[in-house]
Design a protein around this ligand. Structure first.
Ligand code: MEV
Length: 307
């Protein structure tokens, strides 16, 4: 399996070299590989997918391109197999579904064909997949998906991964806008804007970098008030980058009006999900209820490290 993830601080700016903080969530992508008589069959019953791979075709969906790359890379193109995926992470909701899918499939192939891949091989190959799906990914999603750790991340070869220690988990609510969004489109939009206005964007990214670094300290010191303020400020910058949308804004307002210490978009934006930081289960439940009443799906979750 591969973990789904949330980004606490630093999405988008992390693509441009800043730090970002991300955590795994309990929702996962799971995959299983078993024998088949002819060809490679991909099955995702929950999404209505049942498809025999056509190698070299002009694939409409990036998942097939990514799968072709993974099979080529692992020298498995000529093998026959069923690959079945059990998705728990909602699709196109900014929760790292594509990275977790790649991690799960690579691990299932590794197990079935006894390839001897270690976690770092899984991370590297799932990064190649992310680059096909997102185009210019920072690598944060597939890193958290592989290791399941709460980390501060900075891209690079190899990337910088700073483990964050957390004694006690932190309660959050994940609000789902219900608007599916392509991270690749949002990353491209921010890149184009930053190329048109480098002077302004450089300053914004610098501020976002400071917020991400300070958020790590706030988590380690369990200063939830400060963490909440940092998240609110981070959301303001994401707004400046133009990656929010009316549904996410409504969810952020609901969370703040009902006791969240901080609330922000998480992931690629343009739809997708937001997170609300809470100081108690009572506040979590109240926010979830209000989000449900406004017609949104909302999940009670917690920030913790799995290792
Ligand atoms: C997507 O979960 C996070 C982004 O920063 C893209 C990336 O880092 O690859 C928007």
């Amino acid at each position: 399996f591969g973990y789904g993830k949330i980004i606490l601080t630093g999405e988008h700016s992390v693509v441009h070299g800043t730090h970002a903080v991300a955590a795994p969530i309990t929702l996962k992508m799971k995959a299983k590989v078993w024998d088949h008589d002819k060809g490679v069959r991909l099955l995702i019953p929950r999404w209505g997918v049942e498809q025999t791979m056509e190698f070299g075709a002009d694939h409409k969906y990036s998942i097939y391109k990514s799968l072709e790359m993974i099979l080529d890379h692992l020298d498995l193109r000529d093998k026959s197999m069923n690959i079945e995926v059990f998705p728990e992470v909602p699709r196109a909701m900014g929760m790292g579904g594509s990275a977790a899918l790649a991690v799960a499939i690579i691990r299932a192939l590794n197990k079935h064909f006894e390839l001897g891949l270690g976690d770092d091989d899984v991370r590297r190959l799932s990064f190649e997949s992310e680059n096909i799906v997102h185009g210019g990914a920072s690598g944060i999603d597939n890193t958290v998906s592989t290791y399941g750790n709460l980390i501060m991340y900075q891209k690079g070869t190899p990337p910088e991964m700073d483990m964050i220690n957390l004694e006690e988990s932190i309660p959050i609510v994940i609000g789902l806008s219900g608007v599916e969004s392509m991270t690749s489109k949002m990353v491209k939009q921010v890149r184009e804007q930053s190329e048109s206005y480098p002077k302004w964007y450089k300053e914004i990214f610098k501020q976002m970098d400071k917020l991400a670094i300070e958020s790590k300290a706030a988590i380690e010191n369990r200063n939830l008030q400060e963490l909440g303020m940092i998240m609110n400020m981070n959301h303001g910058y994401l707004n400046t980058l133009g990656v929010s949308c009316p549904e996410v804004e409504e969810l952020v307002q609901i969370a703040r009006h009902n006791g969240a210490l901080g609330a922000k978009l998480t992931g690629g934006g343009g739809g997708g999900a937001m997170i609300a930081l809470c100081d108690s289960e009572k506040v979590q439940k109240k926010i979830q209820k209000e989000m449900h009443q406004a017609g949104y799906d909302a999940l009670i979750a917690e920030i913790k490290s799995n290792k």
